[in-house]
Design a protein around this ligand. Structure first.
Ligand code: HEM
Length: 150
């Protein structure tokens, strides 16, 4: 149980922490330091690396979480905070899968084709969904804290 919980918390830390770094640190620095072609090329390279890890750690988050529920004896034996976590966690995974196939893949193709206006527009949409997932991840932490307070 402890090892699975460790894996679960490590996975969410890397997933949510990675989004925080990309959104709050790398994005303003890249916007300040780089012109459009270099900036879009940088994001293309960053996404190619980061999203490989997100696939691993988002799936690990969800499956370790589901396994924890199983170890606790099912949904009837876990707190409301865990119900919220399951709902929002699955939503976060769905948003990532959509972002990857519907936005990142065309973004990478636009960068490859040096179609900077299209790449820029797609990057804007990716940014919004990363912000959404960052907010959902933070809401889960808040729900957990509230669950301990109430
Ligand atoms: C489908 C997705 C998820 C499921 C099924 C799930 C399920 C669980 C379960 C059953 C626990 C153990 C609770 C306990 O021992 O009382 C747990 C712990 C935890 N989960 Fe999730 N989780 C999911 C996604 C997430 C996400 C996306 C985050 C953060 C953004 C998260 C953060 C945590 C944390 C920090 C703990 C440790 C809480 C503690 O020990 O007090 N989980 N999760």
């Amino acid at each position: 149980m402890l090892a699975i919980k460790f894996l679960h918390v490590l996975s969410v830390t890397i997933w949510v922490g990675g989004m925080f770094f990309a959104y709050m640190v790398l994005r303003p620095s890249a916007a300040k330091m780089l012109q459009a072609p270099e900036r879009l090329g940088l994001w293309n390279d960053v996404f190619a690396r980061f999203f490989q890890w997100v696939w691993i750690f988002s799936l690990l988050t969800v499956f370790s979480g589901l396994y924890l529920i199983h170890l606790y004896g099912g949904m009837g034996n876990v707190s409301h905070a865990v119900h919220v976590m399951l709902l929002l966690g699955v939503l976060m995974l769905g948003i990532f899968v959509y972002l990857f196939f519907a936005l990142y893949r065309p973004f990478a193709a636009a960068v490859q084709a040096q179609d900077w206006p299209r790449a820029g527009a797609l990057l804007g949409s990716i940014r919004k969904l990363v912000a959404t997932n960052l907010a959902l991840g933070s809401a889960i932490f808040a729900a957990l804290m509230l669950g301990q307070l109430l």
